[in-house]
Design a binder for this molecule. Structure first.
Ligand SMILES: [Zn+2]
Length: 509
């Protein structure tokens, strides 16, 4: 593919940069589940992790390389032989693999972090690209902090690594400082100055510290970049990265203006966003572009009237384009298994018999309680089931009884220890009902862990809505996220605690 083509490659780094979001730790099975979702979404390149950084990351990248087909699987490596070798090893089973190596290019990084002269940096970069090339042909090179690098040195470095075999050159705005005009100019000058630039694809990696990640990426595309590094829901270090769903839907909605396209299957967007939000425990803000709960909600009477007469009056994107079907009748207590299966199919879930049975049982329970079960409820049911199936379970909730009011909030909790096949039971006091539940759980499970975050939000509107609870437990400097949904938020709180505790135990054993 030449860099003059109209195709924009989508490089997703949810599993690498996104997983670096403080508190977004994912286990191997969760990473694999997200990688499958990204492949289904049609992402061209999945950056699956940084194999040298930990044995957990190595194993996750290796498993994704083994099992996920369709996309190129990429591993990050610093410009050292040990890092590159590890990445190569982890990527070994992949059908299509890419090694992504990087080195700091700005004066600040060279002087303070790397303690290298420009000449030494250039020599090292060339040597490492050649070394990586001995493992695979597809090599991406990143000039870290390129936004603040001396342009003359940057051009020289790019030319040298392309000469050494790099096939993609990534220009990151590592600190999220640059503005669209400056970034567009930088990409343009690379395109005009670097002699062999047409032998490589220019990629960009923008951070959102000033809220400009998407705008900067777009400016780069207008000036010749043909790969965007992005994440689902804009996750990532600090304020995050360029949001995949936003850049993709800008190019699709304004196709005539930009004349660029991607390989993304946009109907998978809503579902992938929900999955990533649940597994990382980062709720999507309601007014978030494209995937926020209010993104297609029309509140003003004039707007509602307009949309009813003709959707395009106030709607620039049909919600169905990102996989949301808003006009379907909700399912209810009388809906059968077949109706559930077919609606889930429309939402993109193809469940196996056993999974369908379990989803149906949960659906019936919910339908009896709230009468109308919306698409969002269904997504939450399936995601919760899939989530449970990807972690090893040590404890499950059997019974929960709460007493509260102006007296002493008390929780009586009964959980089943699946390994010992015994029931454990206790009661505890707390400052409120949730605290009482967690005090009781702590006593029963007996692992020292601090609760560092607790949040509740509703899946749909209304007093009978399901509450989704996300919690984070900290044990020896590692954070474990737990998630559960139920019409009773106290039950959801107890289940979320057990979900996090099960993940913690899985790591310990
Ligand atoms: Zn980054």
């Amino acid at each position: 593919m030449s860099s003059n083509s109209n195709l924009v490659l989508i490089f997703d780094t949810t599993l690498r940069d996104g997983e670096q979001s403080p508190g977004a730790s994912l286990n191997e099975a969760e990473k694999l589940q997200i990688a499958h979702a990204l492949a289904r979404l049609g992402v061209d390149i999945i950056e699956a992790g940084f194999p040298y950084s930990s044995s957990g990351d190595f194993k996750a990248v290796n498993r994704i390389a083994q099992e996920v087909k369709g996309s190129i699987i990429c591993g990050l490596a610093r410009a050292t032989e040990a890092d590159i070798e590890k990445a190569g090893l982890a990527l070994e089973p992949a059908e299509k693999k890419r090694i992504h190596t990087f080195i700091g290019a700005s004066d600040i990084h060279l002087e303070h972090k790397l303690k290298l002269t420009k000449a030494q940096c250039l020599e090292k970069a060339v040597k490492m690209v050649k070394f990586a090339k001995s493992i695979t042909q597809d090599i991406e090179f990143s000039a870290e902090d390129a936004g603040r690098a001396n342009p003359e040195f940057l051009f020289e470095l790019i030319e040298a690594v392309i000469e050494a075999g790099a096939t993609t050159i990534n220009i990151p705005d590592t600190v999220g400082y640059i503005t669209p005009f400056e970034f567009g100019h930088l990409i343009k000058s690379i395109k005009e100055t670097v002699k062999n630039i047409n032998q490589a694809i220019i990629s960009v990696h923008c951070h959102n510290d000033l809220g400009l990640a998407v705008s900067n990426s777009l400016a780069a595309l207008l000036n010749g970049a043909r790969q965007v590094e992005c994440t689902i829901n804009g996750l990532g270090e600090r304020a995050g990265n360029c949001a995949l769903e936003e850049i993709v839907m800008i190019l699709k909605t304004r196709q005539k203006t930009f004349d660029l396209f991607t390989n993304i299957n946009t109907v998978e967007i809503a579902r992938t966003s929900h999955l990533v939000s649940n597994l990382t425990g980062f709720p999507v803000q309601k007014n978030k572009a494209i995937v926020g709960a209010n993104a297609f909600a029309h509140e003003s009477g004039i707007h509602q009237d307009g949309v009813l007469k003709n959707k395009s009056t106030y709607e620039i994107i049909d919600p169905a384009e990102i996989g949301l079907k808003t006009n379907k009748l909700p399912l209810g207590p009388r809906s059968g298994k077949h109706a559930l299966k077919s609606r889930l199919g429309e939402l993109g879930y193809d469940l196996e018999t056993a999974e369908l049975e379990s989803a149906y049982a949960r659906f019936k329970e919910l339908a009896d309680k709230k009468k109308q079960v919306s698409d969002k409820d269904l997504i939450s049911i399936v995601d919760e089931r899939q989530r449970e199936s990807v972690i090893e379970t040590f404890f499950v909730l059997e019974r929960l009884q709460i007493a509260c009011g102006t007296g002493l909030p008390t929780a009586s909790v009964e959980i089943k220890d699946l390994k010992q096949n015994t029931l454990l039971r206790t009661s505890a006091l707390g400052t409120g009902p949730v605290d009482a539940i967690y005090q009781a759980m702590k006593e029963l499970i007996n692992i020292p862990a601090d609760l560092i975050e607790f949040s509740v939000h509703s899946v749909t509107e209304g007093i009978d809505a399901q509450g989704e609870v996300t919690i984070r437990l900290k044990h020896q400097n590692k954070v474990y996220t737990g998630y559960a949904a139920d019409t009773d938020i106290l039950v959801a709180s107890a289940k979320a605690y057990l979900n996090a505790a099960n993940k913690l135990l899985e790591k310990l054993i």
